[in-house]
Design a binder for this molecule. Structure first.
Ligand code: 5GP
Length: 198
């Protein structure tokens, strides 16, 4: 059976990856999710096992020590990790798997699975990113500051991704990622001179 495609969607916190992720899952029936583990506390409306597996630091560290993560990272004060077994099982069954993870995690995945496709989502501007982060109202001012300064660093490193997509308009950005996935599934992406500049 043909192996599935591993797609990594990354980019600064607040850029709209989460919304793009949900839209992609709705639009492309071939895509499956990976539920990450995190030590972050649930936000209102988030459910354990659906949005994340919410675990404490000890549990996360024991999972990490047991080699249960495909990748993991500490970002903005919390641990996040992608459980390995379900992702590898889905790929071997021929399903495509979409990961929504941070830049450090994306780097680990690319190194371990070079055939994956990595997409970095850019905000139209830093001011707009700040507006979106503040508008979300889920972080303190201090946390917004930390997320913004990390965003600047991550944007500076984004040319190591296979593709970069600007999320100025959600419909356009989602359509671009769908195009990237379709091209990659057709094996076009490897020798594509337009790579990085869709
Ligand atoms: P949030 O706390 O806003 O849900 O997520 C914060 C950051 O962690 C986001 O950039 C998100 O993409 C990233 N993230 C979520 N799950 C994972 C994961 O399993 N691994 C890594 N490396 N990053 C993750």
């Amino acid at each position: 059976m043909k192996k599935g495609l591993l797609i990594v969607l990354s980019g600064p916190s607040g850029v709209g990856k989460g919304t793009m992720y949900s839209r992609l899952l709705k639009t492309l029936p071939s895509l499956t999710v990976s539920v990450s583990a995190t030590t972050r506390k649930p936000r209102e409306g988030e459910r354990d096992g659906v949005h994340y597996f919410f675990v404490d630091k000890d549990k996360f560290e024991s999972m990490r020590a047991n080699g249960e993560f495909l990748e993991w990272a500490e970002t903005v004060g919390n641990y996040y990790g992608t459980p390995k077994a379900p992702v590898l099982r889905k790929l071997s069954e021929g399903s495509d798997v979409l990961l929504e993870i941070d830049v450090k995690g994306a780097r680990q995945i690319k190194a371990a699975y070079p055939d994956c496709v990595t997409v970095f989502v850019l905000p139209p501007s830093k001011a707009e990113l700040e507006r979106r982060l503040k508008g979300r109202g889920t972080e303190t001012e201090e946390q917004v500051k930390a997320r913004l300064s990390l965003a600047v660093k991550e944007i500076g490193e984004s040319d190591e991704f296979d593709y970069r997509v600007v999320n100025a308009d959600i419909d356009t950005a989602v359509a671009e990622v769908i195009k990237i996935i379709e091209k990659s599934k057709n094996g076009i992406c490897k020798n594509d001179s337009n790579r990085n500049h869709l």
